[in-house]
Design a protein around this ligand. Structure first.
Ligand code: FES
Length: 169
């Protein structure tokens, strides 16, 4: 068909406006909006993370160990979740850290040898935390131990006390 034979009222689509679809301009506009949306979302996430407090939740440093009756006289009880030994003598109670003073390994009570032993480098301690041998530079610390109003033992690992302090209960 020659140019002269085309109907005069029919509009032909231009090279950038395909018939029935997106024009090139509309496509680029939508792509730009999509890219801006993704960039905005990323910026919002980064800003939120920057502004939200960077808090580290740690376990409580004070804990209840239960009724004194739970601990027989002349016993050493390891409280695993607190890494503390509760020692009961005839005179009363004390709480000793189970964390080795050498490099921080968790010690173990050896009832057959009646001592606390560190599995890492061989330090040994008496049940009152006194160092017997090994590379540990000092004794295991004692923590404050008190009775609550309702009669339970309470240990505060933030309060280190003298080794001769005993709770009479
Ligand atoms: S960590 Fe206990 S002896 Fe080294």
């Amino acid at each position: 068909m020659s140019e002269a034979e085309k109907p005069s009222g029919a509009a032909e689509p231009g090279p950038s406006e395909p018939e029935g679809g997106l024009s090139r301009r509309d496509f680029l506009n939508e792509a730009a909006l999509g890219a801006l949306g993704i960039a905005g979302l990323g910026a919002a996430i980064v800003t939120y993370r920057y502004l939200s407090p960077n808090v580290l939740f740690e376990p409580a440093t004070a804990f209840r160990a239960g009724s004194p009756d739970l601990f027989p006289v002349d016993s050493v009880t390891y409280i695993q979740e607190q890494q503390v030994y509760i020692v009961r003598l005839k005179e009363g109670f004390y709480a000793v850290s189970a964390v080795c003073t050498h490099l921080g390994c968790i010690t173990q009570w050896k009832p057959e040898a009646e001592m606390i032993a560190c599995p890492c480098h061989g330090s040994k301690f008496k049940s009152d935390g006194t160092k017997i041998e090994g590379p540990a530079p000092r004794a295991l610390p004692h923590f404050a131990i008190t009775l609550t109003a309702d009669g339970e033992l309470r240990v505060d690992k933030l309060e280190v006390v003298q080794a001769n302090q005993v709770l009479r209960a």
